[in-house]
Design a protein around this ligand. Structure first.
Ligand code: CNA
Length: 276
C-alpha cells in the first residue's frame, strides 16, 4: 500500500490528470461512492448543507434532535415527522442529474465496477444504471413493509397515504408500514457487505456529494488502494491526504461536465441524458 501511495499515477492532480488516466485505459473498473449532494441539483435537499440541508429545516417538526426523524425507536412511536419529510423527496417527483447520467455513461462504456450510494431517492436506477451495478447502502423507497408482520405494501399505496397526510397501516395486521430505507438503529442490507469487497478490485475511485460522516459507508473510500478523486463542495474524510488523491472542490455536475469534455464525451453524455 505504501508503495502505491508513493507514486502518483495521475499525470497531474486535477481533472485533466483524471481524464488522461481514464483515456489511457488504466481505469477499467471505476468505483463510485456517492451521497445526497449528487441529488441536490435535482431539487432534493441533502442533510448537512448549511441553510438548505434537511437538518437545518427540521425545526418545524418539533423533534428532540434532527436525527430522530430517521431513528427506528422514535419512528415506532412518532412516525408522522418521517412521513411529512418523506413527502418532500419521494421518488417520482425528480429527474436524475448530470452526475447520475455521467455514472450511467461509465456503465455504457463498460467502465463501471459499482456505484455505492447512500441515497434513497433511486435516481441511479432512474438513470438506467442496472441494479446489479448499484449498492444502495441505506436501502431505498422502492419497497416498503410492515414492521409487525413484514408484509409488503406497494409503493403507490404508501405514496397515496402520504399525500393524504396519513401514516400507512398494514392491510394484514394494521401494523406500522415503513419504507425499506435504513434508519439509525438498523443493519445495512446484506448486499452492501457482499459488494464492499469491490474496493480491492477498483482501479479508480470517485467520491461525489457526500460528507462521509455515516459509517460504515464512510470507511469504504479509505479501503481502496487505487487513485482517488473527490468531487464535492468541501473536503471530507481523509480525501486529499494521499499522494495520488485529486480533490476538486465545487459543484459536482460542473466538475463532471468538465471531465466529460476533457474525455471527448460531451455528445455521448448529452445523448444518455436525452434517453437516446
Ligand atoms: P450529507 O451529509 O448531507 O452531505 C452532502 C455533501 O454533499 C456535503 O459535503 C455537501 O457539501 C455536498 N454537496 C451538496 N451539493 C453538492 C453539489 N451540487 N456538488 C458537490 N457537492 C455537493 O449527505 P450524505 O449522503 O453524506 O449523508 C448520508 C445520508 C444522507 C444518507 O443516509 C442518505 O440516506 C441521506 N440523504 C439522502 C438523500 C437522497 O436520497 N437524495 C437526501 C438527503 C439525505
Amino acid at each position: 500500500q505504501k508503495k502505491l501511495h508513493k507514486h502518483k499515477r495521475f499525470s497531474s492532480l486535477d481533472l485533466k490528470g483524471v481524464a488522461d488516466y481514464i483515456a489511457s485505459g488504466k481505469a477499467k473498473r471505476i468505483i463510485l461512492f456517492v451521497g445526497a449532494g449528487i441529488s441536490c441539483n435535482a431539487g432534493i435537499p441533502d442533510f448537512r448543507s448549511p441553510e438548505t440541508g434537511l437538518y437545518h429545516n427540521l425545526q418545524r417538526l418539533d423533534l428532540p434532535c434532527p436525527e430522530a426523524v430517521f431513528e427506528l425507536e422514535f419512528f415506532k412511536t412518532t412516525p408522522k415527522p418521517f412521513y411529512e419529510l418523506a413527502k418532500q423527496f419521494f421518488p417520482g417527483k425528480f429527474e436524475p442529474t448530470l452526475t447520475h447520467w455521467f455514472i450511467r455513461l461509465l456503465f455504457d462504456k463498460g467502465l463501471l465496477l459499482r456505484c455505492f450510494t447512500q441515497n434513497i431517492d433511486t435516481l441511479e436506477r432512474l438513470a438506467g444504471i442496472p441494479e446489479s451495478k448499484i449498492a444502495e447502502a441505506h436501502g431505498s423507497f422502492a419497497t416498503s413493509r410492515c414492521l409487525e408482520c413484514g408484509k409488503q405494501m406497494e409503493t403507490a399505496r404508501v405514496q397515496e397515504c402520504m399525500q393524504r397526510d396519513e401514516v400507512p397501516a398494514c392491510d394484514h395486521c394494521g401494523g406500522l408500514v415503513k419504507p425499506d430505507i435504513v434508519f439509525f438503529g438498523e443493519g445495512l442490507p446484506a448486499a452492501f457487505f457482499e459488494r464492499a469487497t469491490d474496493v480491492c478490485r477498483a482501479d479508480l475511485a470517485i467520491v461525489v456529494g457526500t460528507s462521509l460522516q455515516v459509517q460504515p459507508f464512510a470507511s469504504l473510500p479509505r479501503r481502496v488502494q487505487c487513485p482517488r478523486v473527490l468531487l464535492n463542495h468541501e473536503r471530507v474524510g481523509d480525501m486529499g491526504t494521499r499522494a495520488d488523491d485529486v480533490v476538486v472542490l465545487g459543484d459536482c455536475d460542473a466538475s463532471l461536465r468538465e471531465l466529460a469534455a476533457l474525455l471527448g464525451w460531451t455528445a455521448a453524455l448529452a445523448a444518455v441524458a436525452a434517453g437516446d
